[in-house]
Ligand binder design. Structure first.
Ligand code: URA
Length: 440
């Protein structure tokens, strides 16, 4: 271990010592620009050990980063990899990022809807880990669909079809890939500066002209309180705007799952219903609200996305987008080998449904992975038959569990124990609006 003596030349060729920089953050100090640049660059090169970066992340978790440090940290993460450039496209670009919630399939109808309104959507997505599903896992339930595209393929598809949802290549913000995997196993995911720099470094490197952030708040989300969600949203909007990307954020509720499905093929089917003009009201409302923001941010607010959705043009783009990536949009989606019904044990009004419990149930049934290398079941998941605001009778279906491996039913059902709140003569509480606030 090296430790620099004041006034002496550093004993290695490196300009700083990781331990000293950890101590600065541990003691509440501020890192200089060169120190931040070196940390990210040296960590990406493998010169800073994982345990040192874990200690630094924990120090940041407790002591935060000053605004100038955060800006530099984000830019150093962007500089760790390539930056895409969509400026050659004939239309403006807009992207959306959601901080993740149970049943959040909004990207699927949203990308083709915005593209149908004349704005190109380069949506680089990931696979799921834990109780929230990943967009790529959902789309991979469509026979033939492939997630990996080269940059040239992506550009061609954006020009021709207008929308692409694909895997983020390993060249984008590689520092974040390493750091996020480390945070995941060291209890340091839920730190606002680390989340903000992680998300925004990838989105800025991706090269979108404008960005709409869907910051979730509620039981199924990283941010459990509105104050934390607002702080995260403000931080990300400032980072995006500072980098020249028009950025706005919606704070949206995820105390209860979005729509009536959680699970890969189940969510694709629900998204197709939305594109066909049906689907659950909350999914439609959020899709249209985010589309409006994306069009506005891209300077194309002349079209009403609700009308475009009703016209069927977004469905046409969806089919073209799926076909362009090898998928068959008309093929039957996989269905689970086994299903099991859970029924209401009493009459009453549903006044609550815990999103986290639904996410964990879908995950335990096989829709999600516990480790990065796990396979997901395309057809596994949870289908809801009742949501807050619905009256139910004893014996009426509440939930259908879907899985290919029936030995999972017991643990899936256990996750849902107590998830529903059903009350006698409760006055129906005013429903929580999906969109709670707008920052930007
Ligand atoms: N999503 C990300 O990409 N990064 C985080 O830190 C949290 C959510």
């Amino acid at each position: 271990m090296t430790s620099q003596v004041a006034g002496q030349p550093h004993p290695t060729a490196e300009p700083f010592d990781a331990v000293e920089l950890i101590r600065i953050k541990r003691d509440g100090g501020t890192l200089s620009d060169p120190q931040v640049d070196w940390i990210i660059e040296a960590y990406t090169r493998g010169l800073i050990a994982e345990e040192q970066m874990a200690a630094l992340s924990m120090a940041i978790f407790f002591n935060g980063l000053e605004p100038a440090e955060l800006l530099r940290w984000t830019h150093a993460m962007i500089a760790s990899g390539e930056r895409l450039d969509f400026s050659s496209l004939s239309r403006p670009t807009a992207d959306k990022h959601s901080t993740g919630g149970v049943g959040d399939k909004i990207t699927l109808p949203l990308a083709p809807l915005v593209a149908a309104c004349g704005v190109a959507v380069p949506q680089l997505s990931g696979r799921g880990l834990g109780h929230t599903g990943g967009t790529l896992d959902k789309l991979e339930s469509i026979p033939g669909w492939r997630a990996s595209l080269s940059n040239a393929e992506m550009l061609r598809q954006l020009e021709k079809v207008g929308a692409v949802i694909c895997a983020a290549g390993s060249g984008l913000a590689p520092a974040d890939k390493k750091l996020y995997a480390l945070r995941d196993v060291t209890g340091t995911v839920e730190a606002i500066p680390l989340i903000a720099s992680s998300i925004m470094s990838k989105k800025i490197a991706e090269g979108t002209g404008s960005l709409v952030l869907d910051v979730k708040v509620g039981s199924g989300a990283f941010m459990k309180t509105r104050a934390d969600a607002t702080e995260l949203a403000r931080t990300m909007v400032e980072l995006g705007t500072g980098a020249g990307v028009t950025t706005v954020a919606l704070i949206t509720d995820i105390s209860t799952p979005l729509g009536l499905t959680a699970g890969n093929a189940l969510e694709v089917a629900e998204s197709v219903e939305v594109l066909a003009g049906g689907g659950p009201a909350d999914v439609v409302e959020l899709t249209v609200a985010l589309a409006r923001e994306m069009l506005m941010a891209a300077g194309r607010s002349d079209l009403d996305p609700a009308e475009v959705l009703a016209s069927g043009r977004a469905m046409d783009v969806w089919k073209a987008m799926i076909r362009a990536q090898g998928g068959d949009p008309d093929a039957a989606l996989p269905t689970a080998k086994e299903t099991q019904l859970i029924t209401a044990d009493r009459d009453g009004l549903v006044t609550g449904l815990d999103a986290m419990a639904v996410g964990v149930a879908a995950w335990r049934l096989g829709a999600g992975r516990a480790r990065r290398e796990d396979q997901v079941q395309a057809a596994a998941g949870v289908q809801l038959h009742a949501k807050p605001g619905d009256r139910v009778r004893a014996g009426q279906p509440l939930v259908t569990l879907h899985t290919d491996t029936p030995e999972r039913f017991e643990r899936g059902a256990a996750a849902l124990q107590g998830a529903y709140t059903i009350e006698d003569d409760a006055l129906a509480a005013a429903p929580v609006p999906v969109v709670i606030d707008r920052i930007g």
